[in-house]
Design a protein around this ligand. Structure first.
Ligand code: CTP
Ligand code: MG
Length: 166
């Protein structure tokens, strides 16, 4: 899951600039995605996710970690891209619900990246998905995600990368 987990913190660190929605409003008069979703965050985040995935592929080849899921160029790209598309989709719905940028939306703010990553895998590489996504791994992801999410966001808040600790 590293290629899915890394893009969000990297986007928070290096994002900024032109928002994905170009500052435009949706038909309801509210922003499409908001200022928290930028092109730079999207691109650098996805590249970082693919980067860590390439490192995983290399390490797994070099040390023969065959008991771990075997990543492919496809699987790491789908995990990284899906994570930030899930984040983008969450912000779209968040704006429709009238929630401000950066406001708390507990469950969705954590699992958006998991949903996005797994849905993209399911659509574009179902054979990899079904070969690697066991029920045990899925439950493990559901438990690990909120712990990592909370931990990383508190660290980001203390280092002034994030304006709020969630
Ligand atoms: N970020 C970015 N581009 C993205 C995703 C995130 O630039 N595609 C950066 C933004 O600076 C954002 C920060 O990472 O403020 C934290 O991301 P997130 O918590 O997902 O955004 P929020 O600001 O909380 O906005 P929203 O309410 O839409 O979730
Ligand atoms: Mg947020």
């Amino acid at each position: 899951m590293l290629p899915a987990y890394l893009p969000n913190p990297i986007a928070a660190l290096f994002g900024g600039g032109m928002p994905v929605d170009l500052g435009k409003n949706f038909t309801d008069g509210k922003r499409v995605f908001g200022d928290g979703k930028t092109y730079r965050g999207l691109f650098i985040g996805i590249l970082a996710g693919i980067g860590i995935g390439l490192a995983q592929i290399w390490v797994s080849g070099a040390y023969g970690w065959e008991n771990l899921p075997q990543h492919t160029y496809m699987s790491i790209t789908l995990l990284a891209t899906g994570a930030l598309l899930g984040d983008l989709g969450k912000s779209f719905i968040k704006r429709r619900l009238g929630k401000e940028r950066g406001s708390k939306w507990p469950i969705a703010d954590m699992y958006d990246l998991v949903a996005g990553a797994l849905i993209l895998l399911l659509i574009f590489d179902p054979s990899w998905f079904y070969a690697n996504m066991t029920l045990m791994i899925f439950i493990f992801i559901l438990i690990l995600t909120p712990i990592l999410h909370r931990g990383i966001n508190i660290i980001g808040y203390h280092f002034r990368v994030k304006e709020v600790p969630w």
